[in-house]
Design a protein around this ligand. Structure first.
Ligand code: ADP
Ligand code: MG
Length: 290
């Protein structure tokens, strides 16, 4: 079977840019029942724009963006890139940040001008009992925007509403997979409101929201416990344990090295429709051999 698979993966490489790292996993692909996608950068563009700034204390938008950019210029998260871009677009300059650290799956933290500055998820605020009540925040959630909070010396002083876009290819990918009898699901660290909006737009069968990086593999185990053979599609460092836990780990796009190492199949292009192509190809290849 080896030469055949090599031939198949080679011809796929030509058309789709696909690398089979584990032949047994490629064979398993024909038996899949479910595909779980990472949200950001896989189903969505992963390009966040700051759409709203909600002030929760006595400061202006420029001051909020300047502090947030000081911190986020040190981060590689797509949300951080969106905040830095917004600050640049407004012609803002920002001070240096010291003692930067990632609060993995929750945000980032640093010292800026002697103050403790964080940009964090709604989940982080809940965990730490930091108050942020404002009707304008409910409107952001209802609009399906990703909301993060600027926290200075322990108080939430502003919120940023960020908009990401569902990729056109994602809709086609989900429709094709469902037509092949697959359940399509999504795994994200983002809020329930955002996950719900994306799930509805794509017609997903199920989703898991506010999943911390260390819980992603556990969610794959949960899907397996439903008696389903499952593929996981992701690109981030955080996705690696879930890629390993799944029956077929697929790293997509310009995935991180860690994700690529953890995956059974690597899609060189950033097109979720190629996942349906893998399944179709596995079915065709191994049907002929029986
Ligand atoms: P996913 O890969 O599913 O989008 P992550 O685990 O990367 O999720 O992030 C989960 C959440 O943590 C984000 O939705 C955001 O609220 C928060 N977060 C993580 N890193 C940052 C950051 N650098 N700046 C702001 N928020 C962040
Ligand atoms: Mg991700």
């Amino acid at each position: 079977a080896v030469p055949l698979v090599v031939a198949v993966s080679t011809s796929m490489s030509a058309s789709h840019g696909l690398l089979v790292r584990d032949r047994a996993a490629f064979e398993r692909a024909r038996k899949l029942d479910a595909v779980v996608f990472d949200k950001t950068g896989t189903l969505t563009e992963g390009r966040f724009g700051v759409a709203d700034i909600v002030l929760l204390a006595d400061l202006d938008e420029a001051a909020a963006l300047r502090l947030a950019a000081a911190l986020e210029s040190q981060s590689e998260h797509p949300i951080a890139a969106g905040i830095v871009r917004a600050a640049k677009e407004r012609g803002l300059a920002w001070p240096p940040a010291d003692a930067f650290r990632n609060l993995t799956g929750r945000g980032a933290q640093a010292t800026v001008e002697g103050r403790d500055v964080k940009v964090v998820s709604p989940g982080y605020l809940r965990e730490h009992g930091i108050a942020a009540r404002d009707a304008r925040l409910d409107a952001l959630a209802a609009a399906g925007k990703t909301t993060v909070f600027l926290v200075v010396d322990g108080s939430a002083v502003a919120a940023f509403g960020l908009a990401d876009v569902v990729r056109a290819e994602s809709k086609a990918a989900v429709a094709r997979l469902k037509a092949m009898g697959m359940q399509c699901m999504m795994l994200t660290g983002d809020s329930r409101a955002v996950a719900q909006t994306v799930a509805a737009q794509l017609g997903l069968d199920d989703y898991f929201a506010e999943v911390l990086p260390e819980q992603k593999a556990e969610k794959i185990r949960e899907v397996k416990a439903r008696g389903l053979t499952v593929a996981m599609v992701g690109d981030g460092v955080n996705d690696a344990p879930a890629l390993v836990e799944s029956d077929l780990g697929v790293a997509i796009g310009a995935g991180t090295d860690v994700a690529i190492e953890a995956a059974d199949i690597v899609l060189v292009s950033n097109d979720p429709r190629d996942v349906a192509a893998i399944l179709g190809l596995s079915r065709k290849t191994y049907a002929k051999m029986i």
